[in-house]
Design a protein around this ligand. Sequence first.
Ligand SMILES: Cc1cc2nc3c(=O)[nH]c(=O)nc-3n(C[C@H](O)[C@H](O)[C@H](O)COP(=O)(O)OP(=O)(O)OC[C@H]3O[C@@H](n4cnc5c(N)ncnc54)[C@H](O)[C@@H]3O)c2cc1C
Length: 284
Amino acid sequence: MKILYNESLKKYTTVRIGGTASKLYIPQTEEELMKLLDSIDSKEYYIIGGGSNLLINDEKIFENVISMKEFNKSIENKGEGVYYIGASNKLQKIINKINEDGFGGIEYLYSVPGLIGGAVAMNAGRGKPHGVSISDYIVDVTVYINGEIKTIKKEQCRFGYRNSIFRENPNYIILGCTFKFEYKSKEESEQLKNARIQLCKDVQDKSGYNFGSVFKINDWKVMWLVRKISISNKNGIHFSKKTPNWIINKGEGTFRQATKLIKRVEIMHKMIGKKAIPEVIIWE
Ligand SMILES: Cc1cc2nc3c(=O)[nH]c(=O)nc-3n(C[C@H](O)[C@H](O)[C@H](O)COP(=O)(O)OP(=O)(O)OC[C@H]3O[C@@H](n4cnc5c(N)ncnc54)[C@H](O)[C@@H]3O)c2cc1C
């Protein structure tokens, strides 16, 4: 197992903000992971997948961080659209593989820069009005819970909008997942992926680093107002002009700048009796 000492977490996140991991563990097998979890005294650890939904405090040192990027990259085709997929697979690789076999259903995640473990923890999907998410195709999830490896049926995973039992229990570690995808012709899946790529070109701000949507519940009028009244920080953190609900880091952004903006949005929602619930996971 690779262990990196005093490793900056910045480069492990898509927003390029992060503190230091005293020890960053990169397990490559189940045995390595189990041994590691047995040995961590405090039982306190942080899990990082693709780092595309994380905002990490850049003034803090985190003792034990486990990166799942090298853990299990296998995709087992069990027939009839059923697959067991290791937690470290990138979404694009999975979508291409199942499409090649004539299956699909999650092409709308083709643009998402996460790993499948993170996507399941977050129940990644399209925006709320579309009502579709990765859990639509989940059969069960194999997970490390307090010293044991268990397989949890989808019904027990408490999937909700960008929520799951895994998000509620940060010590649970997703090792892999069984899916049953739907039949999809190669023509249709190609078309869906191309449409997704085009949509992202049209609506997503690529001018800096980001973690996708900041809030999973918010009022667009309040968001618009906050953007208007916030002084634009050209080299640091600012709300995107192109993509509502996105914060952009031009390269010099800090955790403080980002959390200040997030707090401002929350306060303004509170003032008019509305709710703002962050989607991004914040390591304070
Ligand atoms: C450009 C861009 C576009 C995006 N578009 C979308 C979109 O369309 N839809 C959408 O839903 N999201 C979107 N996101 C947000 C993000 O990509 C997704 O939430 C993604 O699924 C997170 O996966 P990850 O591997 O990067 O997770 P991370 O960011 O690494 O982690 C997210 C959370 O999951 C936990 N976690 C990670 N791996 C595991 C594991 N193996 N076991 C247990 N817990 C784990 C982490 O501890 C953390 O709490 C976007 C982000 C970006 C930057």
